[in-house]
Design a binder for this molecule. Structure first.
Ligand code: C5P
Length: 238
């Protein structure tokens, strides 16, 4: 697939136009940032690992009834996706207290939540993705009430599929972030990646962190953890 003009460049990915206006190419980079870009580095091989993990998971999610932008993996670092306009609302689903949730509410990391919590953040690098609620998104015109109902239901469906999928591979899915987009005909689809950059994965036996917290918290062996997650995701189950 021929790459056209650069449409968008984020911290971890570039999006290119293609000859078909309904399709984009996404390229995964090795660049890693944390704390709203204040901590920067490269994680060797991260782009290809995150592309491989996302490309393995999205077809499963489609089969589980979650419409997505994914069409095909094109190469080690590239995917072909449906062209969407990203809704500037990041959706976080939490099963276990960790990260900003633990910090904000003073709840010990690892505390099991009685039911999954869905949170919304405004996607804005300059503001550092502030926490919002659905009224904020509707009032600002970022999404409609109906869009947000669809998005919440899809986010919970993703969680309901991924939680047992990872548990079968000895991984606890602690929390994760999703992004949704709108196609030219107004369909809401899951977009962006699902990877150790955007999820917290804890080893079910040892509790070892196998995600970006190794980078954020300087725990070491970041590359090894990402490779281990790819091996678990693509592991054949009995
Ligand atoms: O930092 P926080 O605890 O709010 O993150 C919740 C989840 O969302 C984590 O899995 C984190 O990796 C992910 N996240 C993300 N991109 C952001 C913020 C959080 O992928 N901008």
């Amino acid at each position: 697939v021929e790459r056209g003009e650069l449409r968008y460049e984020g911290k971890a990915k570039r999006v290119y136009a293609t000859p078909d206006p309904q399709q984009y190419v996404v390229e995964y980079k090795d660049d890693a940032t944390a704390f709203n870009g204040q901590k920067r580095d490269q994680i060797l091989g991260k782009g290809s690992v995150n592309n491989a993990i996302t490309s393995a998971l999205y077809p499963h999610l489609e089969r589980a009834g979650v419409p997505t932008h994914f069409i095909a993996q094109l190469s080690e670092r590239e995917q072909l996706v449906r062209a969407v306009e990203i809704i500037p609302v990041e959706v976080v689903v939490r099963n276990v207290a960790a990260g900003s949730f633990s910090k904000r509410l003073g709840i010990t990391e690892g505390t099991l939540l009685a039911r999954p919590i869905v949170e919304y953040y405004y996607k804005s690098d300059v503001l550092g993705d502030p926490l919002i609620n659905t009224d904020t998104a509707i009032s600002m015109g970022w999404a409609t009430d109906e869009d947000l109902s669809t998005i919440k239901a899809l986010a919970l469906k993703v969680n309901a599929f991924l939680t047992p999928y990872f548990l079968a591979r000895d991984i606890r899915l602690i929390d994760f972030k999703l992004e949704f987009g709108k196609t030219h005909d107004g369909q809401i689809v899951l977009a962006d990646e699902i990877s150790p950059d955007t999820c917290r994965f804890w080893d079910a036996v040892s509790g070892e962190r196998l995600d970006k917290d190794r980078f954020r918290r300087d725990l070491g062996n970041v590359e090894g953890a990402y490779q281990e997650m790819l091996a678990r995701v693509t592991r054949e189950q009995a």
